[in-house]
Design a protein around this ligand. Structure first.
Ligand code: KG4
Ligand code: ZN
Length: 355
């Protein structure tokens, strides 16, 4: 074994503080095989804090990151049985995300890196999500490229062609709201909290998915772009009607109908994307990829089209520090043209643009 690395990953792009320490090495006889040992993966969720506001409040998020970063890092080091001087690099999300949250993470990471005299690696949060599908004890991520990837989170809904590590082409994206935002907004209108996705999924289990026929905007138009604002408005209009009706189980039925509509919209666009690119594999990642119904719908689609589907384990779909540490490992080991130009936060950093 050669080139063993101990990497600290720091994620603070939105409302979760994620800290992880991994040990990685690359096999001498196979430079494409990466061995991964997860020493620690800590998460401080701010869900309760933002719940009463129905969404993430940026100022509160930054303050909470500041509170959590040091104790969480100490816990991760303790759990890994490591002195900080043994870390070989520090990786941090520098975009896209909330500016204040990103700055809090980057300043903390930069201070730590300077004090320990270790390299600091900026990571694109979206690339972190995409590469999280390859988190395995023995991984050969390089062999899986090129592949089609669907990124579904609170901030993004994108269809991307991943050509190699560090090289991505955006094929389509939402022209308005993301899927996560749509679930969050509908949950709020139903009188529930944030994040809405898991709540909608739970309600949908007892609902009739055929009860409401919601619109599927851009299904046939706009290439691989998607749109969710018309769907969101239609669902909210139905909720207002239901509130004054004496229909039973309407919340479950709304949730089930919404989840089914979103899933069939995604399946339709992904079918087109597979045909267009001729790809033989699909990676689905991001917070919404934890949804069982969406996982099953896409899994059935891929089975029918003989496409190899990769999904991160559910607990790694949401934001976490492990995917940031892992992306730093893959980029520094396997990306031929890897370089760090500048260390700054990029709240709107596209996955198609280099660091
Ligand atoms: O990737 P993520 O943790 O943060 C961003 O980068 O945005 O995604 C958060 C989003 C939220 O909108 C949340 O409602 C959604 O993921 N989500 C889900 C589920 N779990 C989280 N959506 C649908 N079903 C779920 N089980
Ligand atoms: Zn995310």
């Amino acid at each position: 074994m050669a080139r063993e690395d101990l990497i600290l990953g720091i994620e603070t792009s939105c409302d979760d503080t994620g800290i992880s320490i991994i040990k990685t090495s690359i096999a001498r006889d196979n430079p494409e095989e990466v061995n991964l040992d997860i020493l620690s993966n800590k998460l401080a969720s701010q869900t309760k804090l933002h719940d009463k506001y129905g969404g993430v409040v940026p100022e509160l998020a930054s303050r909470e990151h500041l509170r959590s970063l040091l104790p969480l890092t100490k816990q991760a080091l303790f759990e890994s049985n490591l002195d900080p001087s043994r870390l070989s690099k520090i990786a941090v999300t520098t975009g896209p995300g909330l500016k204040g949250s990103l700055l809090t993470g980057l300043n903390f990471a930069a201070g730590l890196a300077a004090a320990l005299r270790k390299p600091l690696i900026p990571i694109n949060h979206l690339e972190g999500h995409v590469l999280s599908a390859f988190i395995e004890s023995k991984s050969h991520p390089k062999r899986n490229f090129p592949f089609l990837t669907l990124l579904i989170s609170g901030g993004h809904t994108q269809i991307i062609l991943a050509k190699k590590i560090g090289k991505y082409e955006l094929l389509g994206e939402t022209v308005d709201d993301s899927i996560g935002e749509t679930f969050d907004k509908v949950s709020q209108e139903l009188g529930y909290g944030y994040p809405g996705g898991p709540i909608i999924e739970e309600l949908a289990k007892k609902g009739d998915p055929t009860k409401y026929l919601f619109p599927k905007p851009l299904l046939k138009k706009q290439g691989l772009n998607l749109s969710f604002s018309g769907l969101k408005t239609a669902v909210i209009r139905e909720i207002i009607k239901c509130k004054t009706s004496n229909e039973r189980h309407w919340k479950n039925n709304i949730a089930a109908s919404l989840q089914t509509t979103v899933s069939s919209l995604l399946a339709s666009k992904i079918r087109d994307a597979i045909t267009l690119t001729g790809t033989d594999s699909l990676v689905v990642s991001g917070g919404v990829a934890a949804n069982n119904f969406i996982r099953e719908t896409l899994s059935n689609l891929c089975e029918g089209m003989h496409i190899n589907l990769r999904l991160p384990p559910k607990h790694l779909c949401a934001d976490n520090g492990l995917m940031i540490a892992w992306a730093a490992c893959l980029k520094s080991l396997l990306q031929e043209d890897y370089y760090i130009e500048e260390l700054k936060v990029r709240p709107r950093w596209s996955i198609t643009t280099k660091a």
